[in-house]
Design a protein. Structure first.
Length: 227
């Protein structure tokens, strides 16, 4: 049932990528990715919008994982050359071997069964000096502020061509935000889960952007032994 929900969501989700607050959030996330990182994992890649943006940082390799086959297929179309793997973030990611210099977890954490366990798995897959970048909807999040900011930026007429799929996405989001099965954190709750992370608001202040370790505390990666 859970996979079916995300398969349906995938068919209309990309309309969100046309909203200016979403575009700004993606830019903020990509800004936290170092130039030319060795390996990047997009954990919960969805339809591949973040994966596509991160490719501009020229990583050595990107691996994109998601539970939904429909999400993965849409991401593959946007991201030729990226390795796509079907995997459940409630599992141990054994489908994806090795360590990563950057791990992205974009608006996924709220939907896993046990966020603490998922974060522990992701942290365990960081290479020395690696960086985990997480966005997740905050407690009390809603869609009104996002739409208001977009209209302020581009005018109400900009909604004309996207209103129908946007209504579908909005309906699913209302259900997600109201479901007791999902997890929406205060800043303090997210800080307790992540430890020494820098956390700030993004996406019209409806989501948190967390970077672990904090860029102020991050140390350069140790040189890798040559093979």
């Amino acid at each position: 049932m859970r996979r079916l929900l995300w398969d349906v969501y995938a068919r209309c989700y990309d309309v969100v990528a046309r909203l200016s607050p979403y575009e700004r959030m993606v830019c903020e996330i990509v800004g936290e990715v170092p130039l030319q990182p060795g390996r990047v994992l997009d954990a919960g890649c969805g339809t591949g919008n973040l994966t596509r943006a991160v490719r501009a940082r020229r990583p050595g390799e990107i691996v994109a994982v998601d539970l939904s086959p429909v999400m993965l297929e849409r991401s593959r179309r946007k991201n030729p050359g990226v390795t796509h793997v079907r995997a459940d973030l409630d599992g141990d990611l054994r489908e994806v071997p090795g360590a990563f210099d950057v791990i992205l977890c974009g608006n996924v954490l709220y939907a896993v069964t046990d966020p603490e366990r998922t974060l522990a798995v992701l942290k365990s897959r960081l290479a020395p000096g690696g960086r985990l970048i997480v966005t997740t909807p905050r407690a009390g999040a809603g869609v009104t502020a996002i739409l208001r900011e977009h209209v302020r930026d581009r005018g109400v007429l900009s909604l004309g061509r996207i209103i129908l799929p946007l209504l579908a996405v909005g309906a699913i989001n209302v259900w997600l935000l109201g479901s007791a099965a999902h997890h929406f954190f205060t800043r303090d709750q997210l800080a307790a889960l992540l430890g020494e992370a820098e956390i700030r608001a993004t996406y019209s202040e409806q989501a948190w952007l967390a970077v672990l370790p904090s860029p102020r505390d991050a140390r350069p990666s140790r040189p890798r032994a040559s093979s």
